[in-house]
Design a protein around this ligand. Sequence first.
Ligand SMILES: CC(C)(COP(=O)(O)OP(=O)(O)OC[C@H]1O[C@@H](n2cnc3c(N)ncnc32)[C@H](O)[C@@H]1OP(=O)(O)O)[C@@H](O)C(=O)NCCC(=O)NCCS
Length: 190
Amino acid sequence: MSIFLETSRLTLRQFTEDDEDNLVELDSDPEVMRFLTGGRPTPREEIRDRIPRLLGYYERFEGFGFWAAQEKATGRFLGWFHFRPNIDEPRDGEIELGYRLRRSAWGKGYATEGSRALIRKGFTELGVERVVAETMTVNLGSRRVMEKAGLTLVRTFHRDGLDSIEGFEHGVVEYALTRADWERELQGMR
Ligand SMILES: CC(C)(COP(=O)(O)OP(=O)(O)OC[C@H]1O[C@@H](n2cnc3c(N)ncnc32)[C@H](O)[C@@H]1OP(=O)(O)O)[C@@H](O)C(=O)NCCC(=O)NCCS
C-alpha cells in the first residue's frame, strides 16, 4: 500500500486496479451521487474505464491526484479525496480539492479532516499557491466542508448539462483559499 498522507483518523493512499469494487460500491448509493449525477449510480464499465486515468495522475503529477481514504481504526475504504491540477485549464500553483465518501462515514468530520491535511501538505510541501473547490450551490454539506477547511466563496455561476441534478437552477459555487490567506489564518491562531 502506497500511503500518501495520514491524519489522526484517516490514511490517504494511492488507488490501485484492485479498487474497482470499492469505487463501484461508493458510486452505487443514490444519496452519494445526489448532487453529482442526480442520484444515478456510475456503471461498473464506466468506472473500469476511468481507473487508468485516475492512476495516470500519479505519474503525470507528483504529489497530486486521487487518494483513497481508509479509516485507520478499521482499515475500511471510506471513499476518496482529490487534490489535483485542473487538466483542462491548468493554472500555475492552483489545485482543485474534492471529496466523495460513503454514507456510513458522513457526519464524523472526515471530509474536513482529510481536506485540511491535504491543504496543509499542499501549501507547505508541494508548492501550491491557491486551492479551489466547486460544488452545486444546494450541496450544503460540501460547502460547509469547504468553509471549515478555510476556503471562502468566490462566485456563483451556471454550467450546462447539470439539469438532472436537483437544485441545478441555483447553479454552482466556487470557493478558494490562497497560501497567503492560509498562513495569515495560522498566525491568527497562534
Ligand atoms: C460532502 C461530504 C464529503 C461531507 O463529508 P463529511 O465527512 O460528512 O463532512 P464533515 O463531517 O467533515 O462536515 C460536514 C459538515 O456539513 C454539515 N452538513 C452536512 N449536511 C448538511 C446539510 N444538508 N445542510 C447543512 N449542513 C450540512 C455538517 O453538519 C458538518 O458541519 P458541522 O461540523 O459544522 O456540523 C459527504 O457528504 C459526501 O461524500 N457526499 C456525497 C458526495 C458529494 O456530494 N461530494 C461533494 C461533491 S463537490
